[in-house]
Design a protein. Structure first.
Length: 492
């Protein structure tokens, strides 16, 4: 997977810098609190929300269990409808396919629908290296691109920017990419949106090639679905002569009936709307309507490896609603850039280390980017137990063990820097399996509590640097129970 932000440090270092940025924290706090408050109201309108959530989980789990069959059905359906299907094992192959398809049209620029998959593989950079310019048309993605920035949120990539910063970016950069911003542009939302509309309109009318992702793919008909709030995506999907869609293999659903569930849960969980203002669907090509040529690039890029993990595979249920980001206390304070991936927040903390592996410093640190409070699981519309996967991945980082990488089973060695943690866990296992030793240790800790340091020495300093050591009680629970109840229940 090529989605690592080059030069990113491990999460703790990146987060420490982000937390010191008061403007960033203010922007994030305002945006996430606003979105999640609206989401709560939208979800509360449905009396059967819990059943819809369970239905989404069951549909996704069923599809993942039979993914090979549904992908073959999808390929047959897309081909029968006039489309062409390509299979990409990794980011490099996907970029090579898309670049070749664009070059075959003779064009040197493309317009893009907001797409996590193309960000994941670094498509814009790959196209630029071949002399092809990609124009982002989603408003937030446009802000990120013009600002030479990185996305920091799944739904709202420019959530870390305020209106004043956006006005400055538009005024300074738009002229380098096409139509310049109007003279005297203010930070009024209406003026900023109008500046973006004018800037993008000429690109929509000129572009011959469009590139998109998809929120869902329907196996029975070969239909692709994109949901959005602005309408820019629909312009990219209908005006160009050639449409190339890069979609992760997990985005498939068996039937239109299954799609109905997600068209209820996705908008309420993401934008807090009852339905998306624009829901675009297309099936292959149709004479006189839409693109003349359609290519579907099915992207693996670590997804099959993730599927092989019985605990971690539930991350592939994700429908990219970003509800988990908006309730996460860690994301709210650290922002999305600290995760070093196009997938930030709680879902990124479990998805990126599985797609990319845990060998790098940033990926080994992501499973620890959580307080395990469980808020992410409570709001997930497909019931991904993110805390369970986080603990599972932490064990993988510390202990190593069997995993599947690039389709091959291998055994990971424990990550560096966790020797003290492993020793502490072995000592705890030894003590908990010997009641006498545990009782003696508890009494010794109570009687020496006044001598205990405020922070741990040596390797333990990494733990106590961000936590208060718990105060040791005056007497162990066992002694208290023996003194007050006389040990009548047999507790020793």
């Amino acid at each position: 997977m090529s989605g690592t932000f080059v030069g990113m440090p491990a999460f703790p270092e990146a987060a420490r810098e982000a937390v010191d940025n008061t403007t960033l924290r203010k922007n994030l706090r305002h945006a996430t609190h606003t979105i999640r408050a609206k989401r709560e109201k939208a979800v509360a309108e449905l009396s059967d929300w819990a059943r819809l959530r369970e239905a989404g989980k069951q549909i996704k789990d069923h599809t993942l269990r039979h993914l090979d069959r549904y992908l073959e059905q999808l390929e047959q359906s897309v081909t029968a409808a006039g489309g062409v299907v390509h299979w990409a094992a990794d980011a490099e192959e996907a970029n090579r396919i898309v670049t070749r398809l664009v070059k075959e049209t003779g064009e040197s620029e493309v317009v893009k629908v907001k797409s996590m998959a193309t960000q994941e593989i670094g498509l814009n950079e790959a196209l630029e290296a071949e002399g092809i310019r990609a124009y982002e048309t989603d408003l937030a993605e446009l802000i990120v691109q013009l600002g030479k920035d990185r996305p920091s949120h799944i739904l709202v990539p420019a959530i870390h920017r305020n209106r004043g910063e956006i006005r400055t970016i538009f005024a300074r950069e738009m002229g380098e990419w096409g139509r310049p911003a109007p003279e005297g542009l203010t930070d009024s939302p209406a003026e900023l949106a109008e500046a973006a509309r004018l800037h993008l309109r000429e690109k929509f009318l000129r572009a011959k090639v469009g590139v998109s992702g998809a929120n869902f793919m329907v196996a029975e008909t070969g239909t692709l679905v994109v949901v959005e709030s602005e309408g820019n995506g629909r312009m990219c999907l209908t005006l160009p002569e050639t449409l190339i869609s890069v979609v992760g293999i997990e985005k498939i659903v068996p039937s239109w009936r299954d799609l109905e569930v997600f068209l209820q849960t996705l908008p309420r969980s993401s934008t807090a709307e009852r339905m998306n203002p624009y829901t675009s669907t297309w099936t292959g090509t149709t004479d006189g309507d839409g693109p003349r040529t359609f290519h579907l690039v099915l992207l693996d890029n670590g997804r099959t490896d993730t599927l092989a993990d019985e605990v971690g595979r539930q991350a592939l249920r994700c429908i990219r609603c970003s509800a988990c980001l908006n309730v996460c206390p860690v994301y709210e304070r650290a922002g999305g850039h600290a995760y070093g991936s196009v997938y930030p927040g709680p879902i990124g903390a479990i998805l990126s280390p599985q797609l990319r592996g845990t060998q790098s410093e940033i990926d080994a640190s992501l499973p620890y980017a959580s307080s395990l409070c469980g808020a992410c699981y409570e709001v997930c519309p497909v019931a991904i137990d993110i805390p369970e996967v986080l603990v599972h991945l932490r064990e993988r980082v510390v202990q190593g063990g069997p995993v599947t990488r690039e389709g091959n089973k291998t055994v990971l060695r424990p990550a560096k820097g966790h020797a003290a943690e492993r020793a502490a866990m072995r000592a705890a296992r030894w003590a908990f399996s010997r009641p006498g030793a545990l009782r003696t240790g508890q009494r010794l800790a109570s009687r020496t509590r006044r001598l205990h340091p405020r922070s741990l020495p040596g390797p333990g300093r990494a733990w106590s640097a961000t936590r208060d050591l718990p105060a040791v009680p005056a007497e162990p629970f066992r002694d208290w129970w023996q003194r007050t109840h006389g040990g009548k229940d047999g507790l020793r």
